[in-house]
Write a protein that binds this ligand. Structure first.
Ligand code: FES
Ligand code: FES
Length: 158
């Protein structure tokens, strides 16, 4: 017997400033939509359970876990992935991650950058404790976090 056809839905959303129309299975996560349908592989799939933060993107300017966000819930909304981050703050943050050795394998880095940009925009004078607390939803298996915290701290006005 043939398997039933999957439920397909048509979505319109804005991704990194560009209007996109995508057809996907109704159960598709935003993470899979970005990676598989739109080929934006900077959004990393780690735990796929909403725990590690590797898949963090901005949805209407707010950080979300793309692995536990249904693509269907993003109809008409604006998504920013690590590929779409730009501006002086992002340039400084990228340079600081490089200078402070804030990555090793780099798997966590896209999510770290998205969360760090959100943090620095909300709290431009954040101290180390605040940075550690606000970044605690992004896990890194390699660095021990010291370089990451130092990189973000170097981009504050504090
Ligand atoms: S892959 Fe989404 S939180 Fe880990
Ligand atoms: S640099 Fe490898 S997980 Fe963070």
């Amino acid at each position: 017997m043939n398997a039933p056809a999957p439920d397909l839905i048509d979505l319109e959303l804005t991704v990194n400033g560009t209007a996109r129309q995508v057809r996907a299975e109704a159960r598709t996560s935003l993470c899979d939509l970005l990676r598989d349908a739109l080929h934006l592989t900077g959004t990393h799939a780690g735990c796929e359970h909403g725990v590690c933060g590797a898949c963090t993107v901005l949805l209407d300017g707010q950080p979300v876990r793309a692995c536990i966000t249904l693509a269907a819930a993003c109809e008409g909304r604006a998504v920013t992935t690590v590929e779409g981050l730009s501006g002086p703050l992002v340039d400084r943050l990228r340079a600081a991650f490089h200078a402070e050795h804030a990555l090793q394998c780099g798997y966590c880095t896209p999510g770290m950058l998205v969360s760090a940009v959100d943090l620095l925009e909300r709290k431009p004078e954040a101290g180390e404790d605040e940075i550690r607390r606000d970044m605690s939803g992004n896990l890194c298996r390699c660095t021990g976090y010291v370089g990451i915290v130092r990189a973000i701290r170097s981009c504050t006005r504090g």
